[in-house]
Design a protein around this ligand. Structure first.
Ligand code: NAI
Length: 724
């Protein structure tokens, strides 16, 4: 067998061990395709016959990853449920053969080992993982609307136990090597440079008939070590009744969480349960069948669409010219270390970039430090980071009340109070100190052009609009003016990606993209309250549609005062169709700011108790405490169409660069239900002609604010879609 025999693999045979390196040509990461599977099978067959080979190590030939999963384009293009089911059965069969292979096979895992990649590794006889930052293992299939289809739903519970398998598979969670070792997903976690050496040694030891895994210690020993976990495991997993309880509870929690919108986690649960109760073969059958059905389902199509959009955004420099290069960013300054500034400092130091914060007084400096440290502490507590890492990140942070250091930063992110004059003053001072530096404002509502008008170098000014809480929210909206230079845009985009964000670039305008499409949606929700709807009905209807929280809860979280401020700006910009219902003023006057002062549409007493609607809020609204029943469909139709139509307006006006960005922005920034794909995918799925007709009907009934966007008229008239 020679090197050139294989397209996707390299093989090195030495000292009785064949190291099989997966290296799919021309691709940055390995993915599993039918071709890779067939070739691997042929390799195993030929190695089986080779007397010089006593054992096999499976590893990756890529620097940065093991195998990232099945090729999702292949999945997207699969023609029918039957074809997808066949893909699954072929995968199952291939890994079954691997598991039964007569020579020991050890997986040496470094980098992403996900989906089909982990299923591959789980079918090996022993797993060694490199203990580094890049290595992660998991079965994230449900996030794409499918389930593990190559034995994953069967091998995972056998390796890690039922409860842990449910926890990982139903949510598509990934784990780091340390955790993977603790739960039994890998057998060893070793320093990265030793990975192949150790894997080869273990492969030979297995060939010599050594038992490498510590023999399962007796129940008494386990009880001594971890009494609670052992008792729980004995009570729940080791007997029929206990398992019933476990599965029933998981199913109930799942239905509560997904509200029936996401069929994949339920299917994964079905396949796991079948296998646990009736054995591997009985589990593989539903796994393949459900995989096939799900792969061609509308939900999977939308979730895969979002995946492709974010992948495309990763490669996008944010400008129309792909040759534009980002400037080097070696340090970042932040003005204002409040809620947003401290969050931005966290994501930046976490990316390994030194940060200097400027605050207005010593007390605020101390608060900023404590806030950043607090976010890192949370991670240490959750064990997603250790103390040493935290210290090394915190060492990148300095802060003070003066401007020292700002003359050297490559990018300055401004996050002081929302006040045009103050922001302009910050910009002027920065420019005199650092004329080359990039000034990025995190304003939530002031047009970037207004701030940039105070600048002597407007080409270096743009918006970097982060979302709260910055450490959790995945989106960054970069806002450019007609004068922003392309390399400045590319630099902000590249910085955002290093901070772990999905970045969209939009053109300047009131409310940019996200705040602008949110405003009419929120206004409509308030309008419904004024017509007599209850807070529960409005929130319930929209969470029923799939938003993570309803609009009234969102307003409480953002701050009713903040919401009112943004709404006012947009009313000023767009006139009557965005007029803010007057009663909102009354709600504010009654001293309600939302969660931050413990008084909003809901009561915020005991954090352990479920929050309830504060009925006294109705005293400020027409109709008082006697609310009217308004249909769920009416609530959803009006609020969602407001958001979606506004999104089409922003595309037509050129605020958005593409429908893709609008979908990603709404899903990651506003919680638009991912399984509906975003506003533009939603219109395409509903049919543009039908959406247009529904808008027209509402316009007739409720007036101007439902006038369809010209681009919707155009697309709807011809029944054309927004995505190709
Ligand atoms: P915040 O009030 O928590 O923080 C503002 C910080 O700026 C305070 O710590 C204050 O001491 C500091 N500051 C004020 N004047 C200063 C000066 N002259 N020099 C240095 N520091 C100064 O406010 P937050 O929520 O962090 O908002 C900051 C900016 O981010 C605002 O423009 C806001 O509109 C925007 N934003 C807020 C979001 C949110 O959800 N809170 C979301 C997106 C943007």
């Amino acid at each position: 067998m020679t090197q050139s025999d294989w397209k996707n693999f390299r093989i090195e045979i030495q000292g009785g061990v064949a190291t099989v390196l997966v290296d799919v040509p021309g691709a940055p990461v390995n993915t599993l395709t039918e071709g890779v599977g067939a070739e691997f099978r042929a390799i195993l067959e030929s190695l089986e016959r080779d007397p010089a080979v006593r054992a096999v190590v499976l590893a990756s030939g890529k620097k940065d990853g093991f195998v990232a999963g099945a090729d999702i384009e292949m999945l997207r293009d699969v023609g029918s449920a039957a074809a997808a089911e066949k893909l699954s059965r072929d995968g199952q069969e291939g890994f079954d053969r691997l598991e039964k292979y007569p020579k020991p096979v050890v997986a040496a895992i470094q980098g992403a080992c996900l989906g089909g990649g982990l299923e591959w590794a789980m079918a090996c006889h022993y797993r060694v993982a490199a203990n580094d930052r890049k290595t992660q293992l998991g079965l994230p299939e449900v996030q794409l609307g499918v389930i593990p289809g190559a034995g994953g739903t069967q091998r995972m519970p056998r390796l890690v136990g039922i409860a842990t398998a449910l926890d990982l598979v139903l949510a598509g969670k990934t784990v780091k090597p340390k955790k993977a070792l603790a739960i039994g997903l890998v057998d060893e976690s070793v320093p990265a440079p030793l990975l192949l050496t150790i894997a080869r040694a273990r492969a030979l030891a297995l060939a010599d008939g050594e038992r490498l895994r510590p023999a399962a210690s007796g129940v008494v020993d386990q009880l001594k070590k971890d009494p609670q976990a052992t008792l729980q495991k004995l009570a729940l997993e080791e007997n029929f009744l206990g398992r019933e309880v476990l599965f029933r509870k998981a199913r109930r929690q799942l239905l509560e969480k997904t509200r029936g919108h996401y069929p994949a986690p339920v299917a994964a649960l079905d396949a796991i349960q079948a296998g646990v109760e009736k054995g591997m073969e009985a589990g593989l059958e539903p796994e393949a069948r459900l995989f096939g059905e799900l792969a061609v389902s509308p939900v999977a199509k939308q979730l895969m669409g979002i995946f492709f959009a974010t992948t495309a955004l990763k490669k996008d420099n944010g400008t129309s010219d792909p040759s534009v290069k980002a400037r080097k960013v070696e340090s970042v300054g932040i003005l204002g270390g409040g809620l947003m500034g401290s969050g931005i400092a966290y994501v930046t130091t976490n990316a390994g970039i030194p940060v200097r914060i400027r605050e207005k007084d010593d007390a605020a400096v101390a608060r900023a430090f404590a806030a950043v440290a607090g976010i890192f502490d949370g991670r240490v507590k959750k064990r997603s980071m250790d103390r040493l890492e935290k210290l090394s990140r915190m060492r990148l942070l300095t802060a003070g009340t003066g401007w020292e250091g700002m003359e050297r930063v490559d990018v300055l992110v401004e996050a002081v109070f929302e006040d045009l004059k103050l922001k302009q003053e910050m910009l002027r001072t920065f420019e005199t100190l650092n004329p080359r530096g990039i000034f990025a404002t995190n304003t939530s509502s002031i047009p970037i052009g207004d701030i940039a008008s105070a600048s002597g170098h407007p080409e270096t000014v743009l918006g970097m609009h982060y979302f709260s809480p910055v450490n959790k929210m995945p989106l960054l909206e970069v806002i450019v003016t007609p004068r922003t230079a392309d390399d400045v845009t590319a630099t902000a985009v590249a910085l955002g990606k290093r901070q772990g964000k999905t970045v969209i670039v939009v053109n300047d305008g009131p409310g940019f993209y996200t705040s602008r499409v949110l405003a009419p949606y929120m206004n409509e929700a308030v309008m419904l309250l004024l017509e007599g709807a209850s807070v529960e009905d409005v929130d319930g209807a929209l969470t029923g549609f799939g938003f993570p929280v309803g609009p009234m809860t969102l307003l409480d979280e953002v701050g009713i005062d903040v919401g009112a401020k943004v709404a006012k700006v947009l009313h000023g910009a767009f006139g009557d169709r965005m007029s803010v219902p007057e009663a909102m003023g009354k709600v504010l006057e009654s001293g309600r700011l939302g969660r931050k002062n413990g008084k909003g549409f809901y009561t915020y007493g005991d954090p352990k108790k479920k929050k309830v609607v504060d009925a006294t809020v109705y005293d400020a609204l027409p109709g008082g405490r006697r609310r009217k029943k308004i249909d769920r469909e009416e609530i959803v139709e009006r609020c969602v169409l407001q958001m979606v139509n506004e999104a089409v307006l922003t595309l037509g006006e050129g605020v958005l660069r593409s429908a893709r960005d609008g979908d990603v922005g709404a899903v990651f920034g506003l919680g638009f239900p991912p399984f509906r794909g975003g506003p533009f995918h939603w219109i395409d799925a509903e049919g543009s002609a039908r959406v247009l007709e529904r808008m027209r009907r509402l316009e007739g009934r409720l007036g101007l604010r439902f006038r369809p966007a010209p681009l919707l008229v155009e697309r709807g008239g011809g029944g054309r879609t927004f995505h190709g």
